[in-house]
Design a protein around this ligand. Structure first.
Ligand SMILES: [Zn+2]
Length: 230
């Protein structure tokens, strides 16, 4: 059973790396340092501090609004976008995801030339696989796992172990599953209470009681008239 043991191990490794990628998608700039410490080999070390030149478009508005400073921020935006699409992405999008993570020191790029955000064509030969590349390729065929938490205040990217999972965390009082359930229950309770109050008000409101009394009398009289006619 060695073969299946290996594939089980591989599967577990890919799942763990997919969770790391989700963590990267949720990363804030303050979290970068601890992420790098916890996942040293996930991206090339010098990639983290690489800063490409902005697009050679002289629209300064575009640069200011859409061009983040660091390469990792560009890739994070691409990954978040792919996550929203459950990794059902175009071939061009897929190639871009692979070509934007590289070791800038090993690309053989001339220092005086433009610093590119993505390796294209022959440059791809110098892009060496790291866990990031492997897991991106894997997730394209695992789109059911790629989810965003259903709890509205969370919406974090996460990797599902089974298809029906909706929340990034399911266990414990602080999980998104319970947080969402509490809201659901609260809303349901409010609705029920409103309904009940209304029927109680109707029961005890003297005007409403008189209205019901007259209605019943009318019905009785009508029934009696009909009975006489027969
Ligand atoms: Zn969540």
């Amino acid at each position: 059973m060695r073969r299946s043991d290996t594939s089980w191990d591989e599967q577990q490794k890919l799942l763990a790396d997919a969770k790391t990628l989700a963590e990267f998608a949720n990363l804030t700039p303050e979290g970068v340092e601890s992420f790098r410490k916890a996942h040293r080999d996930f991206f090339p070390v010098s990639w983290w501090t690489y800063k490409p030149d902005p697009p050679s478009d002289d629209d300064s508005m575009f640069r200011a609004m859409h061009w983040p400073d660091m390469q990792w921020q560009i890739v994070q935006r691409l990954i978040r976008d792919a996550w929203r699409k459950s990794f059902q992405i175009s071939t061009a999008g897929f190639v871009t995801l692979l070509g934007t993570v590289f070791d800038p020191e090993k690309m053989g790029w001339d220092e005086t030339k433009e610093r590119l955000p993505v390796a294209m064509g022959w440059d791809m030969i110098n892009v060496k696989d790291c866990p990031y590349h492997t897991v991106v390729r894997w997730l394209v065929g695992q789109s059911w796992r790629v989810k965003q938490c259903r709890y509205e205040k969370c919406r974090r990217c996460f990797v599902a172990e089974y298809p029906k999972r909706l929340y990034c965390t399911n266990d414990g009082d602080t999980s998104c599953f319970w947080a969402h359930r509490k809201i659901d229950k609260h809303e349901g309770w409010k609705e029920n209470a409103e309904q009940m109050n209304k029927s109680r008000r109707d029961d005890y409101d003297p005007k409403e009681r008189r209205r019901r009394y007259l209605r019943d009398k009318k019905r009785e009289a009508y029934a009696r008239r009909n009975a006489k006619r027969r």
